[in-house]
Structure formats: C-alpha cells, structure tokens
Design a protein around this ligand. Structure first.
Ligand code: G6P
Length: 430
C-alpha cells in the first residue's frame, strides 16, 4: 500500500500542511508510536487491536464454519463493528457463497431479503460483542422465525460470535450452538481481523491466512516516523488538515468493490476520534460515479474538506468496443480500466488545481493480502490519530443516549432520555 500526501502540502492546497510543520508533527508521531507500542506490549484495551494478526486462531475459525460448508448463502446478523468489517471483505472479494448483512431494522428491507433467500441452504452468523444490541437480537428473532416457518432447524444452521456474557452467549449455551469468542481488548469497530470479520470470510472460501499476511506486512511498516509508515502518514495528515480547517474527509474509492470499505472506515474513524468536541467527519463517496454528483462542490465549494482517492493499481478489465459515434471514437479500443484510471488522475489533478487538499491511497490489487494490509493500516492510522487528537479512541459513549431513549420509548424501562423525546421543539411545515 502506498500513501501519496503530496497534494496535502501547503504548496499545493489551502488548507495545506507546510513541510516544516510535517517535520514537527513527525516528532509527535514518534511519541505516539512509542505509546502505541507500549500499549501493544501490555495488551492494553484498544492497542491490542494491532496484535490481532498474531493472536487470531485461524484453525478455530475454520472449524467453526466447517459444518456450514454446504451453504449457498450466508446471513450475517450484526451491526456496526459486528457487520462492516466482514461486509467490507465480502464486498471486495468474489465468492460463490452469497452474503447478506442484515445490519439495519428496516422492516421491508429485512422481509425482502428473507423472501429472496433459500433458508434451507443458508448459514446464519449472529454477531454481537455485547450480546445486547437491539437491532441484532430483533433481526435474529425474525430470521429464526423465518427459518422455523420454512421448516429449517435454525440450530443446525447458526453460529454465534459474541463475548463471554450476554443474551447471545446464553442462547449459544442453551441451544449448544457453535460459537466463536470476540477478542478481548478489541473494540467492535477494530475487530475485522478477528473472528468477527474473518469467520464470514472463511465461510465464503477466502484465504484468511493471506488476509492476515497482508495485515502483518502493514504491521511491519509501522515505525516512529510518518515518512516511513504509510498508515501513520495517512492518520497524521488527516489530523493535521483537520487542525487547519479540513474538517471533512471525503472517501472516494475508484472501485465498486471498495465502496463498503468507505462505510467501514467511516465508523472506525468517526467513533474513534469523534468526541470531546473534536474529530474530522468521514463522508462516503464513490469514483467515478460521484464526479457527476459531488465534484462540483469539492472543486468549487468551501475549502472545509479533504478528499481521499483510493484505487487498486491492477484490476480485471473490459475493452470498450470501437465506435464511430461522434466525439467518442477516442474511447474505442481503450478499456474501462483505462477510463476509470484516467478519471482518477484527472479528478485528483482537478482538486489540486483548485487548491483542495487530497491524498492518494493505492493498493496493488483487490485481493486478500491487499485488503488485509489496507484494513490493518487504517486501524493503525486511526489509533495514531487518537493519540494526536489526545482522545480515547477506544470508547464510544455518545451512542448510548439514543439507545436508552429507544428502550424507554418501547417500554424497556424508565429512561429520562425517552422523556426528552416527547419534549421535542416542533415547527412543522406542511
Ligand atoms: O457488537 P455489538 O455489541 O452488538 O455492538 C455493535 C455496534 O453498536 C454499538 O452501538 C457501537 O456504536 C459500535 O461501536 C458497535 O460496533
């Protein structure tokens, strides 16, 4: 993985980072790296994330999914960190096993999925670190009932990934379900390179050892200087641009297979650095599609953002047939890959021309090793940013308020948060 921060420098962009400021920031990166290494050595909460590639029990994962080797479909019931990592790997890599991630409780959407799936040929993975998440448990109950209605023995088609306690752990013990533990000391959003993200990948036939090898390569690239570590360079530059006014980071992957990656990164970054009144806002977009929807704003709107361009350097390709259509013959004989790469470079240059900061991330191709390297690198980039923002990157207390309000609204107890829902200030225009 390469990270090119040239277009984030002050000689190109506004806001931009002067080279001498980057040198000074590198001193803080060295101190942050030392703190991270200390946290890893002591297996501290959060920092233990970066030890995952050496802690994952690949045999246990493969053994847990082996009973489901005959399935044609996987349903992953989980939300947030219990869905987005696995979904990123599923979206990036091809498989004969179709995977559905039920990570929302939109009734029609859930029902439509269940109507489309042959539940007798389906494996169900229920994932929740806490084992308490309302959306996950509700969707599990809905899928279980659908299996029963279809005459399918759900206990024969289900494995659970969860913590040592909670409803899911109780369920697994009550029904003797195969289960995998979530890793200790690893917050959900940092758990893709563990049982949480890799079990689904194993079931889909992906080489999880290769994913972990990619992560190990990224680990080897970590060091006390951003000038030697692509992951730290990315985390440090995002932080430095945010300090200078680029409070938004638009993620612009130029591959459909990386669109879910942008969703995963958005949770990782937002929940990690978004606290105590600070934190850059990740925004998901897609190249080349959003050149035709958002680029106008990126190039000619306020300089309150940066853009992250992401692409694989190698990709399977499709030739554009020769044509005599007026004004289009120049495309004939080229390939869609050449077109999207030209658009990547042209759009990147158009932002540099407008002085809007941007960073380029390139992976060799979209395969197991490159995905492992990218995911691990972004986890390291985020942990480093947490140190630079001086926030605790491993907690997310702000998500609890609406959970309490929801529970109160549905009769799940007395919560003052629910009372405040009823006190909404209204000015409805209709
Ligand atoms: O894995 P679970 O305990 O079910 O939590 C799933 C998700 O929900 C929480 O509310 C947090 O916002 C996320 O960080 C977490 O990944």
């Amino acid at each position: 993985m390469q990270v090119d921060i040239g277009n984030a420098l002050a000689e190109v962009a506004t806001p931009g980072i002067p080279r001498e400021a980057l040198e000074r920031l590198d001193d803080r990166v060295a101190a942050a790296h030392a703190r991270i290494e200390e946290g890893r050595a002591n297996d501290e909460h959060g920092y233990a994330t970066l030890n995952q590639p050496d802690n994952v029990d690949v045999d246990a994962i493969e053994a847990a999914v082996e009973p489901f080797a005959d399935c044609e479909t996987l349903i992953n019931v989980g939300i947030g960190g219990s869905a987005l990592g696995a979904a990123t790997i599923s979206a990036a890599l091809d498989s004969d096993v179709e995977a559905y991630y039920l990570d929302n409780v939109d009734p029609k959407w859930v029902a439509d999925h269940l109507d489309d799936i042959d539940l007798s040929k389906t494996a169900l993975n229920v994932v929740s670190k806490s084992g308490m998440t309302a959306e996950t448990l509700s969707n599990f109950l809905v899928v279980r009932e659908a299996m029963e209605d279809a005459g399918v023995d759900w206990t024969e088609r289900t494995w659970v990934t969860t913590g040592p306690e909670g409803n899911l752990r109780d369920l697994a013990e009550k029904h003797d379900l195969p289960s995998l533990p979530v890793p200790d000391g690893v917050p959900g959003r940092f758990s893709v390179l563990s049982t949480v993200g890799l079990a689904a990948a194993a079931l889909q036939g992906h080489d999880i050892e290769a994913i972990l090898d990619g992560a190990r390569d990224a680990d080897d690239a970590l060091g006390p200087s951003l000038f030697d570590s692509p992951a730290y360079a990315y985390g440090a530059v995002n932080y430095a641009l945010d300090q200078r006014g680029a409070g938004i980071n638009v993620l612009l992957p130029y591959a459909e297979s990386l669109e879910t990656y942008a969703e995963w990164y958005s949770q990782l970054w937002a929940e990690s650095v978004g606290k105590d009144g600070v934190g850059q806002t990740p925004v998901r977009a897609l190249g080349a599609t959003d050149q035709h929807s958002q680029l106008q704003l990126y190039r000619a709107g306020p300089h309150d953002k940066m853009v992250t361009f992401i692409r694989p350097k190698e990709r399977a390709d499709t030739t554009i047939p020769e044509t005599d259509l007026a004004g289009l013959s120049y495309l004939g004989g080229s390939t869609l890959g050449e077109l999207i790469d030209a658009e990547f470079e042209a759009t990147e240059a158009s932002l540099a021309n407008a002085g809007l900061p941007n960073v380029r991330i390139e992976i060799d191709r979209v395969d197991e090793a490159a995905i492992g390297e990218l995911l691990y690198s972004m986890e390291a980039a985020t942990i480093l940013a947490g140190e630079l923002y001086t926030v605790d990157a491993f907690v997310q207390p702000a998500v609890e308020w609406s959970k309490k309000a929801t529970r109160g609204l549905l009769g799940g107890g007395d919560f003052e948060e629910a009372d405040e829902v009823a006190e909404k200030t209204e000015l409805t225009i209709e």
